[in-house]
Design a protein around this ligand. Structure first.
Ligand code: ARG
Length: 655
């Protein structure tokens, strides 16, 4: 049991006479941020005092009087308005560290009651190249999968790929009209991607052509409104409302101008390209045609089905190559197509049970407290994303019997999941936890969604390549600068660069509060100092180098199980942090936030640095201290290793 859980148990016993519901109060026992206030601090006396109508200090004193910390901590102290500070006994820390050193789980016991999780993540729409937007779901989902598994839960990972959507209509259309057979034979994935992009451009062109006059009209209106507002502000300098209106109009005009500029440039790119403009002129109805191809596929048309079956393995190869590079694997890849035959029965079931009803020819679920209904079948009979997701819940409940289903999907789908979960409740799935593990957008340096200079989304593979290329430069410079000359072969350098580059990319994502947007920066993610994978990998390699330098036999060291000595404050601080690994994992698992774990590892590495500056290891005063410090080094390395591993990040022995 973690120290925190043990403390909560002791506090719970001391709280018995004061409350029947100690849960919320026990949640206010936390690690102290400042060692002057002990190692743990209980802050519940304030709310509890309020509830009991008593002075918090009194309540705290009463609890402390009853609190039995034998074998765990020194007698607790009351501070300030009623904080309870607990300082652990050195003997407890030392004893637990010895146990952790002998434990392959580093003293983190598996959870007492394992849950069954289904985690839905990555889920790209295949047949289009993967882009920067896919990194977050893939990386966060993988880290959660590994973390929950390590804690002892049962986890099924399921990649709900989009393999049934309009993008196949686009490829089918492209295949019929623009296929380069030789290219398709040689490199099918590349040719399919070319067809996708080509059809996308043609569709965008015609959509853009239709949109441009409307935008220009809006611009004219807003420009007039702005002129009006300007005139009025000049006359009524002090009118706040008029000023606001003027600012709004200014912003709107600027936005519209920007949008029109971008659109005009895109249209010109086609118009100025003789080949493209010929194609665009030849298929004015490309949008309709693509929808028709998609509809034929869904209706089971032989030829479209045959082609879809032919395309799909190529699409899968493409994403699997990216997953291979990222070191990500799934138990299942049950894409949208897998549920096709279940969609009609889902809608029938919803109708039969009165959960859905017809409205304007569409079948809708009207949910209390929500303005917009969830549409499960369109007027034209087509099913929707939501219908598939309902069928998916049904299937997962039948086959995996989960206690929880996590959807690692970007925040823009919040409304979809809100409606989906509410409908699932109506269908009788009351007990399962349904969670939208939502995340923000990856931004460019300009604070807008990350795009290439030409305005396209950034391809995921290119991102990986660039991260590895930059990592290689860092690894080389670092190796060249070693006092005794470089120690890595060209091949080792390459492999280290791979690991460092991919790790940097993943970690930069995991270290964010997932709900925030973050600015993508190669320089920041590869920094040797700061909360980066590079820093932690470097810290790991440095710890490991001690063993090589000292000619230490690590197996023998672990087997000897020496006493842990914690006389120096830096030793104690490091030792305690090592023991808090489990608490960081629990925190990360509790609300599905890997950044608790990155923050913990960063802190651990910092404490190790302090320890290393203040406490000689190989040259320790006595052999007993040397052994103890070596064990602390080894434990630090093992926790960093394991901690990164459950984040899906590999270490390197040398860099
Ligand atoms: N393919 C979807 C998209 O790209 C994400 C799917 C997420 N999972 C789910 N069960 N809806 O937006």
């Amino acid at each position: 049991m973690s120290i925190l859980s043990e403390l909560k148990k002791r506090f719970a016993a001391a709280l018995v006479p004061l409350t029947d519901e100690p849960g919320d109060f026990l949640d206010l026992i936390r690690q102290s941020q400042d060692p002057r206030f002990g190692d743990y601090q209980a802050n519940f006396a304030m709310p509890l005092g309020k509830k009991l109508g008593r002075a918090p200090r009194d309540v705290a004193a009463e609890v402390v009087g009853r609190l039995d910390l034998a074998g765990l901590g020194e007698p607790a102290e009351v501070a300030g308005p009623g904080f309870i500070n607990v300082r652990l006994e050195n003997a407890l820390i030392a004893g637990r560290l010895r146990a952790a050193a002998a434990d392959s789980r580093l003293g983190v016991p598996p959870v007492e009651s394992p849950r069954t999780y289904v985690i839905d993540y990555s889920a790209p729409n295949v047949a289009k190249p993967m882009h920067v937007g896919h990194i977050r779901s893939t990386v966060i989902g993988d880290a959660l999968t590994r973390t929950l598994r390590f804690l002892g839960h049962r986890v099924t990972s399921d990649n709900h790929i989009g393999d049934w959507g309009t993008q196949f209509g686009m490829i089918l259309f492209g295949y019929r009209h623009f296929l380069n057979e030789a290219a398709y034979r040689d490199a099918p994935v590349a040719e399919l991607a070319r067809l996708y992009r080509l059809v996308r451009r043609l569709m965008d062109y015609h959509e853009g052509k239709a949109r441009l006059p409307k935008l220009r009209q809006r611009l004219a209106q807003q420009t007039a409104a702005l002129a009006d507002a300007r005139a009025r502000t000049a006359l009524e300098q002090l009118d706040k409302k008029a000023k606001k209106e003027r600012q709004r109009a200014e912003a709107e005009v600027e936005n519209l101008r920007g949008e029109i500029d971008v659109l005009e440039a895109q249209l010109a790119a086609i118009d100025d390209d003789p080949e493209m403009s010929r194609l665009a002129a030849a298929c004015p109805d490309v949008g309709q045609a693509v929808l028709a191809e998609t509809a034929r596929l869904h209706a089971g048309d032989d030829e479209n089905t045959r082609l879809w079956r032919e395309f799909l393995p190529h699409c899968r190869d493409e994403i699997d190559r990216v997953y291979g590079r990222l070191g990500v694997a799934f138990d299942h890849t049950l894409g949208e197509s897998f549920y096709h035959d279940r969609l009609a029965p889902v809608v029938d079931g919803l109708l039969a049970r009165g959960i859905a009803r017809e409205s304007d020819g569409a079948i809708c679920v009207f949910l209390p407290g929500r303005d917009v209904p969830m549409i499960v079948r369109k007027q034209d009979g087509a099913f929707l994303y939501a219908t598939t997701d309902l069928a998916t819940i049904e299937y997962r409940m039948e086959h995996f019997r989960p206690d929880a289903i996590l959807y690692v999907v970007d925040h823009r789908q919040a409304m979809h999941f809100d409606q989906l979960f509410a409908t699932a409740r109506l269908l009788g799935y009351g007990d399962v936890e349904l969670a939208h593990v939502s995340f923000g957008t990856v931004l460019g340096a300009d604070g807008r969604p990350f795009r290439t200079r030409s305005g396209d989304t950034v391809g995921l593979e290119g991102l990986l390549d660039e991260a590895v290329r930059r990592a290689a430069a860092i690894v080389e410079a670092n190796d060249d600068a070693k006092p005794d000359g470089p120690e890595l072969s060209a091949d080792q350098r390459r492999r280290v660069a791979q690991r460092v580059g991919i790790a940097a990319l993943k970690y930069a994502d995991l270290a964010q509060n997932r709900e925030s947007d973050y600015v993508f920066s190669y320089d920041k993610m590869l920094a040797m100092n700061g909360n980066t994978a590079t820093y932690l990998q470097y810290a790991y390699a440095r710890v490991r180098s001690i063993f090589a330098r000292g000619g230490v036999d690590i197996e023998a060291l672990r087997a000897a199980g020496a006493e842990i000595l914690l006389d120096a404050p830096a030793e104690r601080a490091l030792g305690l942090a090592i023991l808090q690994f489990g608490e960081a994992l629990e925190l990360a698992a509790a609300d599905y936030r890997p950044n608790h774990l990155t923050a913990y590892l960063f802190d651990l590495a910092g404490r190790y640095s302090t320890f290393f500056e203040q406490c000689p290891v190989l040259k320790a005063e006595t052999d007993a201290i040397r052994q103890s410090r070596l064990l602390l080094c080894d434990l630090t390395a093992r926790v960093i290793h394991k901690g990164l591993e459950v984040l899906g990040i590999e270490v390197v022995e040398k860099m």
